[in-house]
Design a protein around this ligand. Structure first.
Ligand code: UTP
Length: 297
């Protein structure tokens, strides 16, 4: 019987240089879309997929992330006294049960693969998920849940995949497709950030993975790859050679790259407009803004 996926790694040890100076003192993952930090979207998605153990790989300057998941007895008592039950429920959704969350340090930012490898002892011999909180995905069925359901059929290693324009391929890990079955593709190769014009397909890997423990063994052996970093893509590509069990999954949903300024702004607008309490006022404001812009051109 296939093992259930109950552990997820959240690599959050990156420097977040694209958001300097903000990220000088705030972790990127605490930045908010409307009123919820990026990390809350990631945690909610993980919970919906059945994840019970949350493993954060952090670094210096990320203590705000640890505090975020703590109980806040004084704030809760005040809200209770004032009968603000909606806010109390909202606050409770940010709490984690004791022991459900673990924090590990990545001492140096040696790359995503290295960050994942830092969690090897907590993963032991189980399949696990990896969620990059910068990739926020708006979807009717949360992306990781879609993947867990698809993975129940295939097992093996699965990466979330999305079509990208040819001129953007060099910013992603790109799949070399063996067989295309629609939502699911089997993979015969993976290239991290291919040079322009050399991408084997237009299917890019984005920040959701379900991986076998063998990936940790591969990471043990990998030296630094593209950009001098230890790449998760390289460890997954090794598994294609070793056991031919790597799949790409075309998820249903809209992905926002909240690690980039443009993506973060797009997500802010989209999430703002999707909120019933904000959409009228915010929508009117955007329309006015666009009219002023059009008139000025
Ligand atoms: P990014 O490539 O977005 O890098 O990492 P970054 O440092 O977060 O941001 P920029 O490029 O400097 O603006 C993708 C994911 O991998 C994690 C990041 O925290 C992010 O979730 N990561 C990256 C690590 O945990 N450790 C690393 O050494 C590198």
């Amino acid at each position: 019987m296939k093992k259930k996926i109950t552990k997820a790694i959240f690599p959050v040890a990156g420097l977040g240089t694209r958001f300097l100076p903000a990220t000088k003192s705030i972790p990127k993952e605490i930045m908010t879309l409307v009123d919820r930090p990026l990390i809350q979207y990631a945690i909610d998605e993980a919970r919906a997929a059945g994840i019970k153990e949350f493993i954060f790989v952090t670094s210096r300057g990320k203590s705000a992330l640890e505090d975020y998941f703590d109980h806040s007895p004084e704030l809760e008592a005040t809200l209770r006294r004032k009968d603000k039950n909606d806010l109390l429920d909202l606050l409770k959704s940010t709490n984690m049960d004791s022991g459900a969350i673990a924090y590990l340090r990545q001492n140096r930012p040696l790359g995503l693969g290295h960050a994942v490898w830092c969690a090897r002892r907590l993963i032991a011999n189980e399949p696990f998920a990896v969620i990059l909180p910068d990739d926020v995905i708006a979807a009717e069925t949360p992306c990781l849940q879609q993947m867990v359901e698809a993975h129940a059929e295939t097992g093996g290693n699965m990466v979330a995949a999305m079509e990208v324009p040819a001129d953007k391929a060099s910013s992603y890990g790109i799949l070399d497709v063996k067989e295309d079955h629609g939502a699911m593709v089997s993979v015969k190769g993976m290239v991290e950030k291919p040079n322009e014009g050399t991408a084997p397909s237009n299917l890019a890997v984005i920040g959701r993975y379900i991986l076998t423990p063998e990936i940790m063994t591969n990471l043990n052996k990998i030296k630094s790859g593209k950009g001098g970093e230890i790449q998760l893509t390289d460890a997954i590509a090794h598994e294609i050679e070793n056991s031919d069990n790597v799949y790409g999954f075309r998820f249903k949903g809209q992905r926002y790259d909240c690690g980039s300024k443009a993506g973060f702004l797009q997500a802010t607008v989209a999430f703002g407009l999707s909120r019933p309490d904000l959409c009228d006022e915010f929508g009117d404001f955007l329309q006015d803004l666009m009219s002023i812009r059009a008139a000025a051109q």
